[in-house]
Design a protein around this ligand. Structure first.
Ligand code: S3P
Length: 437
């Protein structure tokens, strides 16, 4: 039996909230904490299923980890050469980040490993990491079709490469930089457009040198990571649902505290502001090396735009929410250059197009994006296809729909935002979780 979200029509979002910790930074905190010498203490960690999968994988490789409890995690690092062979498969659940980053890290270990995932992850493309890792000398293979499981044979000696990434992917970049820690010589990755830079920043925060020159990041072997204290900021990707909800729902005024605003993650702010949103960044500060602000968002009328393609990688996880904003806007919103959305936790172009159409919104699917004709959202029933961000985005549509919305297949909301329904209800969304009828 899977969970549904049941949303009543109307309402506004008011008050103050704090969203859970950033998922990308949480995964990397565990990974680098495990590889460091000494004890890393993390606070603000996201206790979502994706991050729990990463924690379980490192425990299976001999790393002692205490917690998580109230966002606190203590990782007893084993050093860059201290991981041990896991007894069985490493189950990455729904998490593409965990699978791709671990593939890079494990490619240069002395032991064999096999990475598996759930139904959604088992459909996602892994050649994008397997091919460059093979060029580096890894002994690594996937199922037919280039999908998981990923099987890695230990004992390969890796050589550094200079890799021009064909797509703008922080996961691929991070995978190769992690492989580069155990490769002979220098490993460099050049990206076609800026993507989130948490791996580069955090490696340096753990004392491991990374050379960044424009679009190219390089690492060399032979250094070590030192344990540190980490404070994970709130996830701008989780705040996106609330930014959209409070913008489209009349009478809203919502303060979202402690949100990470790393420049490689703020595409959602650029896009919503270009559409006419009223979002103020208050009390900008640096916490644990990351820029953070409180975001004050008030309702505003939105106008459709052609989304700047430069914002696509900077808002890559936020398009389900942006499509809801587009449906609420006056006029047409066009997204292009976003074919990567088709290989996320679901095909986010097809699944959002189907859900919007079910709610009476006129949409045209494109191979690399979508045209959304804004104006009105009806009530109805939509299928999230097990995609957490799609489920949460359609929940926000209820704020302006003319009838209730029922969203199917919502168990995976817990991968990134286990407290979503409670938090959204606490600030004014008429949402409840129920077992599927
Ligand atoms: C992530 C990178 C993005 C993003 C994912 C998290 C990361 O994927 O969609 O949710 O933590 O590196 P791509 O880099 O493949 O676009």
């Amino acid at each position: 039996m899977s969970k549904q979200l049941s949303v009543s029509a109307g309402g506004s979002l008011t008050g103050e909230i704090t969203v859970p910790g950033d998922k990308s930074i949480s995964h990397r905190s565990v990974i680098f904490g495990a590889l460091a010498d000494g004890v890393t203490r993390i606070s603000g960690l996201l206790e979502g299923m994706d991050v729990l999968a990463t924690i379980a994988a490192f425990r299976a490789m001999g790393v002692e980890i205490e917690g998580p409890e109230n966002g606190q995690l203590t990782v007893h690092g084993v050093g860059i050469d201290g991981l041990q062979a896991p007894a069985g498969d490493l189950d990455m659940g729904n998490s593409g980040t965990a699978m791709r980053l671990l593939a890079g890290l494990l490619a240069g270990q002395a032991f064999d490993a096999r990475l598996i995932g759930d139904e959604s992850l088992s459909r996602r493309p892994m050649r994008r990491v397997v091919e460059p890792l093979t060029t580096m000398g890894a002994d690594i293979s996937t199922a037919e079709g280039g999908t998981p499981p990923i099987a890695i044979r230990g004992g390969a000696s890796l050589k550094g490469i200079a890799y021009d990434m064909p797509m703008a992917s922080a996961q691929v970049k991070s995978c190769l930089l992690l492989a580069g820690l155990n490769a002979e010589g220098r490993t460099c990755v050049t990206e076609p457009a800026p993507t989130r830079n948490h791996t580069e920043q955090m490696l340096q925060g753990f004392g491991y040198p990374v050379q960044v020159d424009g679009a190219t990041a390089c690492v060399e072997p032979g250094h070590r990571l030192s344990a540190t204290e980490l404070v994970v900021p709130g996830d701008i990707s989780s705040s996106a649902f609330f930014l959209v909800g409070a913008t489209i729902a009349p009478g809203s005024r919502l303060l979202i505290r402690n949100v990470g605003i790393n420049p490689t993650r703020i595409g959602i702010l650029n896009v919503l502001k270009a559409m006419g949103a009223d979002i103020q960044l208050q009390d900008q500060r640096t916490v644990g090396g990351e820029p953070v602000a409180d975001l004050l968002v008030q309702s505003a009328s939105l106008t459709g735009i052609h989304i700047d393609e430069a914002d696509v990688p900077l808002a890559i996880d936020e398009f389900p929410a942006i499509f809801i904003a587009a449906a609420a806007a006056q006029g047409d919103t066009l997204l292009t250059g976003a074919e990567e959305l088709r290989v996320k936790e679901s095909d986010r172009i097809a699944v959002m197009a189907a859900g919007l159409a079910a709610l009476g919104v006129e949409v045209e699917e494109r191979p690399d994006g979508m045209l959304v004709k804004g104006g009105r959202i009806r009530g109805g029933r939509v299928d999230s296809h097990g995609d957490h961000r799609i489920a949460m985005s359609f929940a926000m549509a209820g704020l302006i729909s003319d009838g209730p919305i029922l969203i199917d297949d919502c168990d995976n909301v817990a991968t990134s935002f286990p407290t979503f329904a409670q938090l959204a209800a606490s600030c004014g969304l008429g949402v409840s979780e129920q077992d599927a009828s």
